[in-house]
Design a protein around this ligand. Sequence first.
Ligand code: GCU
Length: 137
Amino acid sequence: AASTRYEAESATISQGTVANNHSGYTGTGFVDFTNVAGSYVQFTVSGAAAGSVTLTFRFANGTGTDRPMSLSVNGTPAATLSFPGTGSWTTWKTVSAPAGINPGTNTIRVTATTANGGPNLDSLTVQDTVTSPPSSA
Ligand code: GCU
């Protein structure tokens, strides 16, 4: 299945800054959310066709406290995702969720739900769930 990575530092950021002070990120940095509920990052994702995809967020959380965020797809709330501690700010892990997207432009937004804000967010990878036909071998 095909996958595309979208860097958080290139997305639309509300109440957060682009930072690069903790190593291990892809691209040129990551988003450091302001420590406030309501801070968000919104990705613009191109869909080839209507269908189900897997969204994978890469993040670091150097604290011992979960930093949950609500996920919305094209403005519709889809889930609340857990971003638990990863052990350090330089240890990056992933959390995934399914989503249905449309052909053309889609907006994928994650919004911090607690006063701690979100984790440090590196990227979103969108993987389509089309499976290859079985091999005839
Ligand atoms: C530290 C860390 C930041 C992080 C912040 C936070 O300041 O260096 O990268 O974003 O904690 O708690 O959100």
